[in-house]
Design a protein around this ligand. Structure first.
Ligand SMILES: C[S@@+](CC[C@H](N)C(=O)[O-])C[C@H]1O[C@@H](n2cnc3c(N)ncnc32)[C@H](O)[C@@H]1O
Length: 240
């Protein structure tokens, strides 16, 4: 299903809202700790599929302006070179706990931060053995273009780890109603797109149709109709 693209002004406002939230959290140890453990639930299926496989080059699309991301936080021991792409500037993470500060510095030292948009990934086709893109496309300018770009830069035999917040049918109707009443709320400005599991899966078909293995935590029919919003994940391996 095609997702509509934002105007330049809508994207600028989404990025301003995003940056405010990251700047507020950069002083908060609990927030930074949370960033480091977030999305770890997808490691179980990942390990079941790929064990401790090593990767030469990894890309985290929408890595977040702390420069940590999923690959840096969870898979840095298995990846030789990690690149993190994000339109926001890299910001200082200023926390007191020396152990946490050291861990953040270690991860940031491993992730080469590149400022730019996932719609135009500055890399040749087939550059990356693994690409992560988690909790990004609902904040982005042209979600389906990001997916096409990820498909382009993934090597044959490469791994995709993708996550997006998904709503149920009822959840989406409620979201649209609330947004029409308060369109300026931070939450709606920072999340200009909404997805259901089915629309996200359809958008990803351009990559998944070329994969040999695909895992996804597809919600039950009841949850797709009336369940709570949740993070939906896809882990897939492209054909050699
Ligand atoms: C909610 S944060 C998620 C960050 C990180 N992936 C994580 O899971 O913690 C969304 C990130 O997507 C980035 N983003 C928004 N639009 C983007 C785009 N067009 N291309 C790449 N990243 C984008 C934002 O700047 C922000 O850092």
């Amino acid at each position: 299903m095609p997702q509509c693209n934002l105007t330049a002004e809508q994207f600028r406002r989404a990025q301003c809202a995003e940056l405010q939230a990251w700047l507020r959290g950069a002083w908060d140890e609990d927030h930074v700790r949370y960033e480091l453990v977030e999305h770890s639930e997808v490691l179980n299926p990942f390990r079941e599929l790929f064990g401790d496989r090593r990767f030469r080059r990894g890309l985290d699309v929408g890595v977040g302006p702390y420069g940590l991301g999923f690959l840096g936080a969870h898979l840095r021991q298995q990846i030789d070179e990690i690149y993190g792409l994000d339109p926001l500037p890299l910001i200082k993470v200023d926390i007191g706990d020396p152990d946490l500060r050291q861990l953040v510095a270690e991860i940031r030292g491993r992730v080469k931060y590149i400022r730019g948009c996932g719609e135009y990934i500055p890399a040749a086709g087939g550059t990356f053995d693994i690409v992560a893109c988690i909790n990004v496309v609902d904040h982005a300018w042209q979600p389906s273009r990001i997916v096409a770009e990820i498909g382009r830069v993934l090597k044959p035999g490469g791994i995709l780890v993708f996550g997006v917040n998904t709503l149920s049918l009822m959840g989406e109707l409620a979201w649209r109603l609330r947004r029409s009443l308060r369109p300026q709320d931070w939450f709606f400005v920072a999340h200009p797109h909404t997805f259901q599991w089915g629309s996200a899966d359809a958008m990803l078909r351009v990559i998944l149709s070329k994969c040999v293995r695909v895992w996804t935590n597809k919600p039950s029919l009841w949850c797709r109709i009336a369940g709570h919003g949740r993070m939906s994940f896809w882990v897939a391996e492209t054909k050699q």
